[in-house]
Design a protein around this ligand. Structure first.
Ligand code: PMP
Length: 376
């Protein structure tokens, strides 16, 4: 059997290696605090589950329209101030990203990714056989610099991926720079895919949405904001022509998101419960962010995260070696490497974990660093 050539540059080895490392440690009987988790550690709120059960009992167990349930599209459209016809519900944000990628990234075109950034963008670009152009943000506090993006633009660029609040850095980009990037993309006939999946989880600066621009596809969903990763409810916002192109993929990809889950989210928002649920979760994340940041910034170089639940830490040594050694102290973290090519000495820390575990983790970081031989 032969694997399709488009997969040749896509690897799962890093994920497998990490999994094996943690499994081995657990088999050896060691208790491991995992700071690798990419989802809120909270259960899906009771308000969502109750409405989903009611929806199942009243027959929301079939296909919906490819665009999704009108009730859900309407409440989303209202929140964004866009026409309902610009909203399409997808099977998670991931499906929306795949639809947008297959619809908009021409084979051989260039795809701009400010890095570090969410690892899947690299995979989407490779699946579409595009050329990836990383624009580094390490020396600008992980914020995207429109001038740097402008420098690498040409007519071959099909898509620019943006993600604020950002995974893995937690950084929130400002209104001015984001708008400038959209304008630069527009000058070159390129589309911005704005992944706003962490938009509800912010602490200092409120992130802005890029919904409503002609050359922007917004991707979002409820995996993070309502702790619903397993339910697969995402959405896309774009103008008619972009949405039509994405529908060509969606009709054979996700087809529709689970009906009862769409109804449950529509009802939670319709009943005015969404903001309350989110704010309870965010206040807990804030407490943890403040704690982990204040501790780790004493040991490492860290940019203070303003959103999401990650921190991207420069550990000043090879990240894979660091991870293996830190595991001896009972903590697992994610290597920086999959988030871009210049992240060899970085690790991603997820603080979607209990305060008790975060305290254990901080202790482990301190112990590890204190026994390390000092470089001369
Ligand atoms: N975008 C980013 C930046 C993410 O971190 C994730 C989840 N890890 C997703 C999109 C996809 O989320 P989902 O498919 O669960 O909606």
């Amino acid at each position: 059997m032969r694997e399709a050539a488009r997969l040749s540059e896509i690897s799962t080895s890093m994920i497998r290696r990490m999994f094996e490392i943690v499994e081995r440690a657990r088999k050896e009987g060691r208790e491991i605090v995992s700071l690798t988790i990419g989802e809120p550690d909270f259960s899906t709120p009771r308000e969502v589950i109750e409405r989903a059960v009611a929806a199942m009992n009243s027959g929301y167990t079939h296909y919906t329209s490819n665009f999704g349930l009108d009730e859900l599209r309407e409440v989303i459209a209202e929140r964004y101030g866009v026409p309902t016809s610009d909203v399409m519900i997808t099977a998670g944000g991931s499906e929306a990203l795949m639809n947008a990628s297959l619809a908009l990234i021409e084979r051989g075109s260039r795809v701009i990714i400010p890095t570090p950034n969410f690892l899947s963008y690299f995979t989407y670009a490779k699946l579409c056989e595009a050329r990836i152009e990383e624009v580094r943000t390490h020396d600008t506090g992980f914020k995207p610099d429109p001038d740097r993006i402008n420098e690498v633009m040409d007519r071959d660029v099909s898509v620019i991926f943006l993600n604020y609040p950002n995974n893995p850095t937690g950084v929130v980009a400002g209104k001015k720079e984001l708008r400038e990037i959209v304008e630069i993309a527009s000058d070159y006939n390129a589309v911005v895919i704005s992944d706003e999946i962490y938009d509800q989880i912010h602490y200092d600066a409120k992130p802005i949405s890029l919904a409503g621009y002609e050359n922007v596809v917004v991707v979002n969903g409820f995996s993070k904001s309502l702790s619903m990763t397993g339910w697969r409810i995402g959405f896309t916002i774009a103008g008619e022509s972009l949405l039509d192109s994405m529908l060509k993929v969606h009709q054979v990809n996700g087809v529709c998101a689970p009906a009862f889950a769409q109804k449950a989210v529509a009802d939670v928002i319709g009943d005015g419960l969404f903001d309350k649920i989110v704010s309870e979760m965010v206040s807990e994340f804030r407490r943890r962010r403040d704690y982990v940041y204040s501790e780790l910034s004493e040991i490492y170089e860290v940019v203070k995260p303003e959103g999401a639940f990650y921190m991207f830490v420069n550990v000043n040594e090879d990240c894979m070696a660091f991870i293996e050694k830190l595991l001896q102290f009972g903590v697992a973290v994610t290597p920086g490497l999959p988030f871009g090519t210049h992240n060899k000495t970085y690790v991603r820390i997820s603080y979607a974990n209990s305060m008790e575990n975060l305290k254990k983790a901080v202790k482990a970081f301190r112990e590890y660093e204190s026994q390390k031989p000092r470089s001369p």
